[in-house]
Every structure is written in C-alpha cells, then in structure tokens.
Design a protein. Structure first.
Ligand code: CA
Length: 202
C-alpha cells in the first residue's frame, strides 16, 4: 500500500511536470518582445514598439494619435492613395482608441502578431474616433452589433456601411460631422450612453 501511495505521488509529481508548461503558456507582451529583439507586429505590418511608433500608433495603450493619412496603411507615404489623402486631408489629425477585443496589446497565440479579431458580432468590441481639422471635428463611438441583421437605428444609433470591419458596429454616439464643418453638435447619442447601450434592445 505504501509503495502504491508513493507511486501515486510520483505519478502526480510527473504529471505536474508535464502539465505545468502547458498551464504556464503566457502571452507575449510588447515590452518582452522588444527586450528579446523581436518586436510583435501589428495587423498593419508595423512593429509594436514601446510608446508611439513613427506613424502615431501606441499599441500598448490601444491608441492612435497622429496625422489622418498615417493612420490608414493605404494612405501612407509611398502608397498609391497617399497623394489623394494629402490633397484632401493634409493637416487633418486623427485620434482613435479601441478595445482589447478588437486589437490586443499582447500575442497569446504565439504567431508573432498582436492578437486581433475581425469577427466582432456579439462581442464587447468598441472603437472611438476623433478627426479634426481647422475649425471642425467629428467624434464617433462605435460598439459591435449583437448580430449582423441588427438595425442600429432601433436604439437611436446609426448603421455603418462601406467602412470595412467597422460595418460590424453601430455608431452609438456622434458629435460633429466631417461632411458639414459647421456642425459641432450631437447627432446621435444612444441612452444609456456607453457600452450598455445595446442591452436596451434585448
Ligand atoms: Ca498573435
């Protein structure tokens, strides 16, 4: 019996040795990756450096603060649409924040990229954008729809169309309108404000 017990304990101990590395699977942080000389890569192909990168992304802080044309990869210098962007948006600034559900600041699946998720229906994903030029601005708060057919106007918000992955979101708040520089007031404001807005539809 005594031997059996020891064997059991030994077995458990060995099992722990085997299981531990699996349990210890950790997410790589931006800081650790930089320290190791192999920075994580963003979905845009940028290196996730500490603080702000050359374009204005601070992936650690889930924040972009920079020139409008630098935010979108297709509008950056050297890209075919860069000139168009400069002609239309020179001097225009852009600030955006996003949730970890959309674009994380860690790599947990070990592929070397910041984890990101483009299937956002029913998640708690959110994005805010502020675009501003000389004397005008537009602020928007986006929240992921619960499901694709959801009509955001039912809760007093607005649907999004033709804006890529943002089409999965409702605009639940908008202040100002880039297409109408005189507009500085509130256009949409779903109550309750913020991320409980969609629960009102259930
Ligand atoms: Ca990853």
């Amino acid at each position: 019996m005594k031997l059996g017990k020891s064997s059991l304990l030994l077995g458990l101990f060995l099992l722990m040795l085997v299981v531990r590395p699996v349990l210890a699977t950790e997410c790589t942080t931006i800081k650790d990756a930089v320290k190791e000389g192999q920075p994580l890569i963003s979905p845009y192909g940028d290196m996730a450096v500490m603080g702000f990168n050359e374009y204005g992304f601070n992936y650690q802080a889930h924040l972009f603060n920079g020139d409008f044309c630098d935010h979108f990869i297709e509008y950056r210098e050297g890209q075919p649409q860069h000139e168009w962007c400069v002609e239309n948006f020179e001097g225009v600034k852009f600030i955006s924040r996003w949730s970890d559900t959309l674009l994380s600041n860690v790599d947990c699946n070990g592929d070397g990229y910041l984890d990101f998720n483009l299937n956002l229906y029913g998640t708690d994903a959110w994005v805010t954008t502020k675009i501003f030029g000389d004397g005008w601005f537009e602020y928007m708060k986006f929240l992921a729809k619960p499901y694709p057919e959801f009509d955001c106007t039912e809760i007093g918000g607005a649907n999004v169309q033709g804006r890529g992955f943002l089409d999965q979101f409702c605009v639940i708040q908008q202040i100002g309108d880039r297409n109408n520089p005189d507009s500085k007031g509130l256009l949409y404001h779903v109550i309750p404000t913020g991320f409980k807005a969609l629960s009102m539809s259930e």
